[in-house]
Design a protein around this ligand. Structure first.
Ligand SMILES: *[C@@H]1O[C@H](CO)[C@@H](O)[C@H](O)[C@H]1NC(C)=O
Ligand SMILES: *[C@@H]1O[C@H](CO)[C@@H](O)[C@H](O)[C@H]1NC(C)=O
Ligand SMILES: *[C@@H]1O[C@H](CO)[C@@H](O)[C@H](O)[C@H]1NC(C)=O
Ligand SMILES: *[C@@H]1O[C@H](CO)[C@@H](O)[C@H](O)[C@H]1NC(C)=O
Ligand SMILES: *[C@@H]1O[C@H](CO)[C@@H](O)[C@H](O)[C@H]1NC(C)=O
Length: 377
């Protein structure tokens, strides 16, 4: 393997070609690239939604004005091939990748802005998947400006939310070798602690936090939502798991996600029973449980209240519920650990780091208690 043989040359070619392609896709002759990593989604309906094209290798900049046509399937395929070739070890200092999945402007942008205030940029990155069929007014600004990854439409009861999360993981892996923990958040999530507390909790844990539940009442229906035999032979009913859509994955598991074709090909099938179709709550838990159940704590650190809800929507806090006691009570709650957690779930008590769902009108009161309560550990 030391001297260049045809195989290694082919590998090098395969690696370089996608990089060149990635930098030329969707750029039309008329688009002027203003900076190395910014370009416009060629979607006329929403000119204000700019995509940050997170750089892989900036050397290709000067070629990027050439028009290229390549279908979206190939683009996505290439993204995952490149992400799959990222390095296993994260460089220091290790960073948290905050990945927001949204279809609206972020209502708590200013709260997050305070959260990140004075935190060195070398400790975190932000990525946004913003469904391009919606408009974003006000546009993403401050720490969120130019952080949108090339995004696609998302809808519930379909694999598209899972695709979006996978896309975020792939982009974050490619963008920065220091990304060590990959945190998925929604626009209705808020932080429950300071950045410093969250950073140390996640970086020092060395494990993913992902809810992994077995034998839930809806397990069979969800597994069979694409047809009785659809998941076989790859994902048997005994392999199937359920968990929160929101998790924090280590780099090891982020790389597992982008490497996976086989299990994803099952979860990526359309459902025939929509009322049992929640791939975003099944795919990641099932995948990681099948490959590395010991590498994670089987619980989510994003608090949510499902008490008495059966409509698929958790409790949403409204403005007059927001007070210091609410934050303290969410922090006091103990996460739900999966039964097959080999990391001592029965005796753990990990701190919730985020909470959902908060309605936009909560911003004012949350801001008032931010410094005194939310960011005070
Ligand atoms: C784009 O942004 C400008 C200025 O921020 C605003 O006036 C305009 O209405 C926006 N257009 C769309 C389609 O959102
Ligand atoms: C790109 O082109 C500009 C001007 O044409 C040049 O100054 C710059 O060095 C080039 N960059 C690369 C990476 O080739
Ligand atoms: C940050 O968190 C660590 C561990 O929780 C703690 O030891 C340290 O004092 C904190 N630093 C600040 C500036 O709060
Ligand atoms: C983290 O886990 C990996 C393997 O899972 C291990 O090699 C490494 O030593 C661990 N690091 C710490 C700080 O525990
Ligand atoms: C990622 O790499 C592994 C090992 O080289 C390979 O088995 C897998 O098919 C690759 N996955 C993708 C999506 O390229």
């Amino acid at each position: 393997m030391l001297s260049p043989n045809p195989l290694s040359l082919l590998c090098a070619l395969l690696l370089c070609l996608p990089l060149a392609i990635l930098f030329t896709i969707t750029i039309t002759t008329t688009t002027t690239t203003t900076s190395s990593s910014t370009m416009h989604i060629p979607k006329k309906s929403n000119p204000n939604l700019t995509t940050t094209f997170l750089s892989i290798n900036t050397q290709h900049n000067n070629q990027s004005n050439k028009p290229t046509t390549i279908d979206e399937y190939k683009e996505e395929e290439t993204l995952f091939i490149v992400a799959n070739h990222t390095k296993r070890k994260a460089t220091w200092p290790r960073k948290l990748a905050f990945m927001f999945l949204t279809t609206t402007p972020l209502p708590f942008a200013s709260l997050w802005e305070s959260y990140f205030n004075q935190i060195p940029k070398k400790l975190y990155n932000i990525y946004i998947h913003a469904d391009p069929t919606f408009s974003y007014d006000p546009p993403f600004s401050g720490v969120f400006s130019n952080r949108i990854i090339p995004s696609k439409p998302t809808a519930r009861f379909s694999p598209t939310l899972t695709s979006a999360a996978r896309r975020l993981v792939a982009r974050a892996l490619i963008d920065d070798r220091s990304n060590y923990i990959f945190i998925l958040l929604s626009s209705s999530c808020i932080p429950l602690h300071s950045f410093n507390f969250t950073y140390h909790t996640l970086i020092n844990s060395n494990k993913s936090f992902i809810e992994i539940l077995n034998n839930e009442p809806s397990s069979y229906d969800r597994w069979a939502a694409r047809g009785e035999q659809a998941m076989l032979p790859t994902v048997k009913i005994e392999d199937f798991r359920i968990g929160s859509q929101f998790w924090a994955l280590t780099r090891k598991h982020a790389r597992l996600v982008v490497s996976d074709r086989k299990i994803w090909s099952k979860f990526n099938k359309p459902c025939i029973r929509l009322d049992s179709c929640y791939p975003e709550e099944n795919y990641f838990s099932t995948l990681i449980n099948m490959w590395d159940p010991k590498g994670c704590v089987h619980a989510t650190l994003t608090h949510v209240d499902w008490e008495g809800r059966d409509d698929g929507h958790p409790r949403t806090y409204v403005a007059d519920e927001v007070c210091p006691e609410l934050i303290w009570s969410l922090r006091r709650d103990r996460p739900r650990y999966g039964d097959d957690d080999d990391n001592g779930g029965w005796r753990r008590r990990d701190p919730f780091l985020f909470a959902r769902k908060f309605s936009a009108e909560c911003l004012q009161l949350l801001t008032e208690i931010a410094d005194g309560v939310i960011f005070k550990d």
